[in-house]
Design a protein around this ligand. Structure first.
Ligand code: RFL
Ligand code: PHB
Length: 389
């Protein structure tokens, strides 16, 4: 089998890259480890920057998003005593769209199927080969049968646990990491959201977030210890803890109901540099992870794909390698800014048990500064809606 670009992974990064390349006439094949149903069963991010919405328009996969997505002009930051609405639209002229990553994935898969592009699900033991030369290829197995996919380029869109980054020769990559001593326990429930906008809440008991997927489906999170056992959390225990962490007037308005999904996500900051090795390019979680606090994971995958798709198209249409040569530097510049914002927002809002009294006061001062300063709110808004590509 042969294609121009072999894409490893059918998460949002791989699927978006595949559609953008297809729209520009570049052939591609996706090789995915899991089944289609498994990929569509993952509940993850929910906030899309305008940049990602624009890319989905370009990929011709945005009709349902424009019908069903909720455009948010503001976001709330709360402590137990105070609530602050940050008017992102007034401060930046931009908004974000609330639409689940699962739905983005579903729409991209449908567009891919309509385009007749090949996706191989349920593959095993994918390995990228010879990407330091002119003729890279991918080997993998389907139903125990060995397959080979020859290509011009390999895109490693295979997430944090993927094979592409792991296959790099020792010493060719430098990694930067911070692991937080807590995770997020998330619940999805078919109840109306407590507010029409997201509420990020800091409290002495830890962080909580009120988010949503639609006007009838809510997504809530509470900070829990990193080694927490999910079996310890009944629905009732979750709703009780959530309400304790919200300002009383918000807590009163929370509608509870049975959870339809409950999971714990660990929090981590991680960057691997560079993002290019010869004819192998990493994009999305394969190259970097942010804690979900800034809602940047999915959006960073999209900005990588923006640079990478344009660079590949430039290679095929104009015979220029300039975009490919600059890909890693360009992507990493934006990645590090999102790493900074995600780390900062995580530090602002979570409870850190190891922090000394000085650290606690600094955290309170940071919150007071945000609440009192329009300049601080403008900086927050600029980052939250997404820095320019
Ligand atoms: P994905 O979505 O992880 O997709 C990678 C795909 O590659 C496949 N794969 C392989 N395929 C073939 N061979 C192999 N050897 C392979 N190894 C892996 C995987 O099966 C998968 O289908 O990465 P991508 O496309 O870069 O997209 C990134 C986003 O998914 C991610 O940044 C965000 O979802 C992060 N994230 C969140 N971000 C937010 O902004 N808000 C959130 O609330 C939020 N919650 C989350 C999250 C990530 C989580 N992970 C990774 C465990 C919750 C969780 C649980
Ligand atoms: C979500 O709705 O899942 C969500 C929203 C905002 C975040 C993280 C997750 O910062």
């Amino acid at each position: 089998m042969r294609t121009q670009v072999a894409i490893v992974g059918s998460g949002p990064a791989g699927l978006l890259l595949g559609q953008l390349l297809h729209e520009a006439g570049v052939d591609n094949v996706i090789v995915e480890r899991k089944s289609k149903e498994y990929v569509l069963g993952r509940i993850r991010a929910g906030v899309l920057e305008q940049g990602l919405v624009d890319l989905l328009d370009e990929a011709k996969a945005s009709d349902r998003l424009h019908r069903e997505g909720l455009v948010h002009h503001g976001v709330e930051i709360a402590s137990i005593e105070r609530r602050l609405r940050i008017d992102m639209h007034a401060l930046t002229g931009k908004a974000v769209t609330v639409y689940g990553q699962t739905e983005v994935t579903r729409d991209l898969m449908a567009a891919r199927e309509a385009s007749g592009l090949k996706t191989l699900y349920d593959t095993e033991n994918a390995v990228p080969h010879d990407y330091d030369g002119e003729k890279p290829y991918l080997t993998f197995e389907v139903d125990g049968e060995a397959r080979r996919l020859d290509c011009d380029f390999i895109a490693g869109c295979d997430g944090y646990h993927g094979i592409c980054r792991q296959s790099l020769p020792e010493g060719s990559s430098r990694t930067f990491e911070r692991v937080y001593p807590f995770g997020w326990l998330g619940v999805l429930a078919d109840v109306p959201p407590v507010s029409h906008e997201l509420i990020y809440a800091q409290s002495p008991r830890g962080f909580a977030l009120c988010s949503m997927r639609s006007t009838t489906r809510s997504r809530y999170y509470v900070q829990v210890p990193a080694d927490e056992d999910i079996a310890a959390w009944s629905d009732e225990a979750f709703w009780d803890e959530l309400r304790r962490r919200l300002p009383p007037d918000v807590a009163e308005g929370v509608t509870t109901g049975p959870s339809i999904e409950k999971s714990i996500a660990p929090l981590r900051s991680f960057v691997a540099e560079p993002m290019r090795f010869g004819r192998l390019f990493l994009a999305g979680d394969a190259a970097h992870i942010v804690p979900p606090t800034g809602a940047k994971g999915l959006n960073l995958a999209a900005s990588d794909v923006n640079y990478l798709s344009k660079a590949l198209v430039e290679h095929y249409h104009e015979r220029s390698s300039s975009g490919l040569d600059h890909y890693s530097d360009r992507a990493l510049r934006r990645v590090w800014k999102a790493e900074r914002f995600s780390w900062w927002m995580t530090s602002l809002l979570h409870r850190f048990d190891q922090t000394d009294a000085f650290g606690e006061r600094l955290q309170l001062a940071e919150m007071a500064y945000l609440m009192d300063s329009e300049a601080a709110q403008a900086s927050f808004a600029e980052n939250y809606v997404g820095l320019p590509y």
